[in-house]
Design a protein. Structure first.
Length: 393
């Protein structure tokens, strides 16, 4: 009998540091990753009120360069990359011919004809193959899987810029949201992006893999004055859900379009052509039949990914993400519902282990950061997440 070959889990350049620091490790997208250090609740609160440090080196980096690099990027992605200046980034979708998501990603314009795409960890190989194949009609452009050239650290929270500023000569406050700059961090050449996946202000720092541990330790040391702590994937997920940021494989996938996922704003409608555009234009004209909503539980219970949703006696969809949020202290989630039942205040049921539990549609995001609120939280005052919103991811 032949035994199935089990692929060993991949490790980021910070794997040994996580193990030495006592992180609880779990398999994630083919990687051995820290899910928590001191606890998800503590790490979540650290990011909301002070600062947290994440290893996100498992994310993939695919570069596209050549005379026709812009045309190549425009062909495969739904957003309009022609609007990007050098030094600017945007959120976008890698599209199928059906107008659904191969993946969601960030695209950075490194030069006029040089782009960096940061893709999800579990899709690196598939994304690269898809991209390399589908940019060919664009002309003179080549795609390279450059993931091994980068380690990626995220410093997130209201004190994030203060912490990193002590380690770099780059004027971080001058970097606008979703822009980036090149310089040194802790004496290491780096690209610093003002972006993140938590709903807070913060930075994502690209460094050479061999320097990742040095920069990690430098950030930990510099963050002691504000009680920065290392954080794992558990807090990253609860933070992004409070901010209503979509998670590929849960809230979006190759069965969902940007319009259904309430991400119409990432579609470059004025672009002449891109993969899937005809389907999306037809859907925009005719309207969607279902749409993602945010909800909070009215009855006791936590809705989890995959739980069935009912409107009356009719099964109407499934929960895509759900948790009890540490900061808002509510059971919240996202789900796809028939469009006629997606109004704020509409109620429906979630089947939680055989028990019908009431939920109500609420506006997204669930949490919006404000500087006064962050200060209040440090003083021990809880707020409801309302106020002036952060820019979209």
């Amino acid at each position: 009998m032949e035994q199935a070959t089990v692929k060993p889990l991949k490790k980021t350049p910070l794997h040994a540091r996580h193990r030495a620091s006592g992180a609880r490790m779990v398999p994630f997208g083919g990687w051995d990753m820290p899910v928590e250090y001191s606890g998800i609740v503590q790490e979540h609160f650290a990011v909301r009120t002070r600062a947290g440090l994440f290893d996100v080196s498992h994310m993939g980096e695919i570069e596209i360069a050549g005379k026709d690099a812009l045309a190549a990027v425009q062909r495969i992605l739904c957003n309009d990359a022609s609007k990007l200046q050098v030094g600017q980034a945007q959120y976008s979708g890698l599209m199928t011919a059906q107008g659904t998501f191969v993946d969601d990603l960030l695209v950075y314009r490194l030069a006029a004809a040089h782009f960096l795409l940061v893709v999800n960890a579990s899709h690196i190989g598939e994304d690269y193959t898809y991209i390399a194949q589908h940019i060919k009609p664009a002309g003179d452009a080549v795609a390279v899987d450059a993931s091994s050239r980068y380690a990626l650290l995220a410093v997130q929270g209201p004190e994030a810029l203060q912490v990193v500023q002590s380690l770099t000569g780059v004027e971080l406050s001058s970097i606008k949201y979703y822009w980036f700059a090149h310089g040194e961090v802790a004496g290491v050449r780096a690209t610093v992006s003002r972006s993140g996946y938590t709903g807070e202000d913060g930075l994502e720092i690209f460094v050479p893999p061999q320097s990742a541990d040095h920069v990690w330790q430098a950030v930990i040391e510099a963050g002691r004055s504000v009680d920065l702590i290392p954080c794992g994937l558990g807090a990253r997920d609860t933070l992004r859900l409070e901010a209503a940021m979509r998670l590929h494989g849960h809230d979006i996938d190759d069965t969902t379009t940007p319009l259904e996922a309430d991400l119409e704003w990432i579609v470059g409608w004025k672009k002449e052509d891109f993969i899937g555009v005809d389907v999306l234009r037809r859907q925009k004209a005719s309207g969607v039949r279902r749409k993602i909503v945010g909800f909070e539980m009215l009855d006791r219970g936590i809705a989890r990914h995959g739980y069935d949703v009912y409107v009356g006696d009719r099964e109407a969809g499934t929960v895509t993400s759900g948790t009890q949020t540490p900061f808002l202290k509510k059971a919240i989630g996202m789900a796809y519902l028939p469009v006629e039942h997606t109004g704020v205040g509409d109620e429906f049921d979630v089947d939680i282990r055989g028990r019908r539990t009431r939920a109500r549609v609420v506006p997204m995001p669930f949490y919006r950061r404000t500087a006064p609120a962050a200060r209040a939280d440090r003083e021990g005052t809880r707020h409801d997440g309302s106020g002036d919103g952060a820019p979209r991811p």
